[in-house]
Design a protein around this ligand. Structure first.
Ligand code: AMP
Length: 216
């Protein structure tokens, strides 16, 4: 099974993707996580991507397509993959179609997580993450036991540079302008499924699992 998780920044894609990938034995391919790892390693790709990421704009399609194609070819994606944060433009979706065809596969479902902008802004600007173990917290809805400290590993929590309020607004505008058209793209292909991303996380997981059927 090959899935796409489509939705605005802050919709909960990362949380849901990790759960669904585990349940169905899929490789979780998060373009944002892969890019942040490239930035940490100070690779060529990381250096090229960083300024776009910090500004909340999109990394050029060609770089992203090559990067994701490399990950889709890895052995751990052989049973299927769950794409999280990719594709983000119609050009990326078209490039993905070619890649999927070349691999002799198909996209089974594009899950569209819907959340209103005001809620997304509150979720993103309050988000704090652990740079060491990637655990995610929220200053209001999921505070750590000790302020600013990761419950899991004790590292100091940080705010992602792109979770600052002014960058969040740019990211949401970018989403509506560039990624919004993908909803119609996948609806036209008959693979789009809408999910209410404002529901409690366990309810969202249950809704996605129901769409995907039983694990193989
Ligand atoms: P995310 O963690 O998915 O919100 O991604 C963080 C940042 O990485 C985005 O604001 C973009 O700058 C970049 N990025 C992630 N995925 C993509 C993509 N599919 N296309 C272009 N840029 C991306």
């Amino acid at each position: 099974m090959n899935l796409i998780l489509l939705g605005p920044p802050g919709a909960g894609k990362g949380t849901q993707a990790a759960r669904i990938a585990r349940k169905f034995g899929l490789a979780h391919l998060s373009s944002g996580d892969i890019l942040r790892a490239e930035v940490r390693q100070n690779s060529d790709l990381g250096r090229q991507a960083q300024s776009y990421m910090n500004a909340g704009t999109l990394v050029p399609d060609g770089l992203i397509l090559d990067m994701m194609a490399r990950h889709m070819e890895k052995p751990d994606a052989a049973r299927g993959f769950l794409l999280d944060g990719f594709p983000r433009t119609v050009a990326q979706a078209e490039g993905l179609d070619h890649k999927v065809e070349a691999l002799g596969r198909r996209i089974d479902t594009a899950i569209h997580m819907m959340v209103a902008d005001a809620e997304l802004e509150a979720r993103l600007t309050g988000r704090r993450s652990c740079p060491n173990c990637n655990a995610i917290f929220h200053v209001a809805s999921r505070p750590p036991k000790k302020e600013g400290v990761c419950d899991q590993c004790g590292a100091a929590l940080v705010q992602r540079p792109d979770d600052r309020a002014e960058v969040v607004r740019t990211r949401l505008q970018t989403y509506h302008a560039q990624t919004g058209p993908l909803v119609a793209y996948y609806r036209g292909r008959g693979v789009l499924a809408d999910v209410n991303g404002s529901a409690a996380p366990d309810q969202v997981t249950a809704a996605i699992e129901a769409l995907c059927g039983s694990p193989a």
